[in-house]
Design a protein around this ligand. Structure first.
Ligand SMILES: Nc1ncnc2c1ncn2[C@@H]1O[C@H](COP(=O)(O)OP(=O)(O)O)[C@@H](O)[C@H]1O
Ligand SMILES: [Mg+2]
Length: 230
């Protein structure tokens, strides 16, 4: 039993905009993810990839089904435990960096540690943030503002920020969606390195076939079904 994530019979539907009926996104999705593995999720736009990732990250709720993380059921947790899970257990990287414009690169990386769930603070926090910036090749830009670095660099900072609380799972939703080929390859290399060296389990939604090929496993979400490609 080395699964970090176990998804069973997961279904999600949204109410139709006119309030009549439901629109099913996916149904009866089953997925087991091994601790420390790297998983790509592919699929056409609108197939539910973000919805699936958001449910794993407890940013959204399923209509039915269960998810266990480290053998513990995470659906229907009390609000305080949901907040702690989001802050400590998972790191998120989105297509857009969501860096705070008036905070420096270093401050942006430290921010998730200030939510009060972890022990990290003061000089130890600063050191960890600097180490992570070093891992993503951005320590030389610590005191820059987000407006003073490039798009690819912002995503690298967003990756460092996602890892500040040492999550065991990194959820990346089209992290290279706004990047050119060179920056895409660079970011995927960094994500893969962090996965291999730090053992963080990586679940990445991507349209980049090069990126998907670098992940250990790949799944395709289409027409409400999740199928393993390899
Ligand atoms: N809050 C919402 N309300 C209603 N429908 C939604 C909502 N969020 C997503 N959807 C629908 O669910 C489907 C899957 O969306 P999404 O997960 O964003 O797809 P993907 O990430 O694969 O492009 C789409 O058809 C989308 O319109
Ligand atoms: Mg999406």
């Amino acid at each position: 039993m080395n699964n970090i994530i176990e998804i069973s019979d997961l279904s999600k539907s949204f109410s139709a905009p006119d309030g009549e009926g439901k629109v099913s996104v996916f149904s009866d999705v089953n997925l087991e993810i091994t601790k420390g593995s790297s998983v790509a999720i592919l699929g056409p736009s609108g197939s539910g990839k973000s919805t699936l990732l958001n449910i794993i990250g407890l940013l959204d709720e399923p209509t039915s089904g269960t998810i266990k993380v480290d053998q513990k059921k995470i659906i229907d947790l009390p609000e305080a435990e949901i907040a702690e899970y989001r802050n400590q257990k998972v790191g998120f990287v989105f297509q857009s960096h969501h860096l705070l414009p008036s905070c420096t690169v270093l401050e942006n990386v430290m921010i998730p540690a200030l939510a009060g769930f972890g022990e990290l603070n003061g000089e130890a926090l600063r050191c960890r943030a600097t180490d992570l910036l070093n891992d993503v090749g951005m320590s030389h830009r610590s005191s820059h503002l987000p407006s003073q670095i490039s798009g690819g660099e912002k995503q690298r900072v967003a990756v460092a920020r996602a890892l500040i609380n040492s999550p065991s799972i990194l959820l990346a939703d089209e992290p290279t969606g706004a990047l050119d080929k060179m920056n895409t390859n660079n970011l995927i290399d960094i994500l893969k390195q962090l996965n291999e060296q730090k053992g963080v389990t990586l679940v990445m939604v991507t349209h980049s076939s090069d990126g998907a090929n670098q992940m250990g496993e790949a799944y395709n979400l289409n027409d409400g079904n999740l199928d393993q490609l390899r």
